[in-house]
Structures are given as C-alpha cells and as structure tokens.
Design a protein around this ligand. Sequence first.
Ligand code: MG
Length: 327
Amino acid sequence: MATVGIESSAHTFGVGVVEDGRVLANVKSMYRISDRGLIPMKVADFHQKHAGAVIRRALKEAGVERVEAVGYTMGPGLGPCLRVGQLSAIVLSRITGAPLYPVNHAAAHVEITRHIYGLRDPLVLYVSGGNSQILGLEDKPQKHYHVYGETFDVGVGNMLDSFARAAKLKPAWGSSVARLAEGGRYIAMPYTVKGMDFTFTGLLTNAMKLLKSGEKRDVAFSLQETAFSMLCEATERALLLTGKREVIASGGVAQSRRLRDMLGVMAKSHGRKFYVAPDEFNSDNGAMIALVAEKMHTAVGMKPKIKGSDYGIKQRYRIEDFMIRWG
Ligand code: MG
C-alpha cells in the first residue's frame, strides 16, 4: 500500500508515490518561467491543465494497487498554485477513500534529506527561492524545526533571480548566474550578517548598480560569493552554538555546487559531516510530500479527518508550526 504526495507551491506540479520510505515514482511537470518571472494565476492554470495527467503517470509508474494515504503541500507557497494541489489531493482522497495529510513544504525538503541519510538531528541550511533559514529540531513544547536564523528580507534564490533578470540571463536563473560567475574576479560588496540572521537586498541593490558600469562576470561572481559566504557564516555560528554533529543543505538553492563546496569545507573544518540530497529532491517534487505524509500516517497519535475540505492552504505556513511526530 502506497502514499501519494502532491506538490504545487510554485512552478512545479509534482506527484510522488512512496511505500515504506522507498520512492516508487516522482513525476513532475514544470511551468516554464518567462523573462517576466512567475505570475501565480498563469502558473495555477498550467497546474490545473496538467494535474490529471501527472497524477495518472505517477500512479502508473509506481504500479500500486491501493492508495493508503494522500498528502499535499499546504504551504508556504503561492495561493492559486497551492489551491490546485490541495483540490487535486482532496479529489484523490475522496476517490480512493484514503485519508488526507497537509504537509509543510520546507519541512518536506528537510525531512527527505534526513530520511535518505538516516540522520537524527542535523543542522539545516534551507535555501530556496522564497526562503533562507537555519533550522534544527527541538523537542519542546512538541518536536518541530526551530528557526535559529533567517533572511530579514528576500530569499537567496529570489535575490539571484532578480539579479539574473536584470543581467538579462536566461532561466533557470540560479544556474545561469553560476555559469556567468565562472572565472570572475572578486569586487567587495555589502556583507550583512547579524548573529544568525542576514539580509540580501543591500547586496542586490549594489550588484544591480555595478551591472551598469562593471564587468558582468565579476559582478555575478562577487554577488554569489558574498551571498553564499553570508549563509556559511550564519550556518557556522549556529553549528557551534547548537553543537550538532551533521550539517545538511536542502531546498532549490542547495543544488548550487559552489554553495555545497563552501558548506562542505566549513563543516569539515569543525570535524562535522555535510550532506545534501540528490537534485531531484532539492528541486520541488511530490516524493518528499508523499514521504512526510506516510510518516504522518504511520506516526502514533495522528488521527486525520477523512473529509478533505477540512484542510486548507496556508501561503505563509511557517516551518516551526509543523509538528514532527516521528523519529
Ligand atoms: Mg522548494
């Protein structure tokens, strides 16, 4: 018996199927971002058009006979996009009679990484388009991810996207900034870390200004180095403060090879291990939602209501409000 997970918080409509912690299928269809960025209603239309086909493909690929539970991304994310995933999950839950589980998107990225490597209590750098947070499990009052530090303004991914658009690069922007940065020279840029928190807009404004006069390659290189160094410094501080033994990076920007290198060096210098999941689970995907839904379903004490309409969406769903009821 399998659990199905539906992800639709941003430009990806993903459906994953897991059984006993094993991923049987992880199918997605991705909205192609135009130069103007992401218009929520248009993305939602795209998701609505593809939802049925992606669900069917995932179920076929997994080859499962019965669905035991259905999970979906409750938030955080874009309202219209979340709504399509939620309604798809409700329909699937009603058709199959399987209970429905609302999942926090950020926790799902972290949990699938923790699951793959069998880690009990890692320090987490969660970096995506809209989010940049340093997280760790805490037991009180109930087990949840505590936020040790985070961005005071934009997420590092959206910051890099804004720069890439201004520099007239092609999507996917994160990787096009990385490509442009290759072989660049360092120019000093605003570097803002306050304890374990940080801000990116000053840095972005500075980089945008330099784009007009400076060498594009050098600006991209310096922007990326500065932003990632800030993340590393804040993560290092949290690591030493918490005394945790392992570090993981998760979320879309965790696919950056440069960021991984920097975090790896930092962790190693303190005798800590660094882990990152395969790219398939750091970009948005349904498998991570299915995995967490399965854990919720199996965990003692979870009694979900079968009526799908009892669960909604939360555009600003904070990770600390999502309880981790398993080991
Ligand atoms: Mg994500």
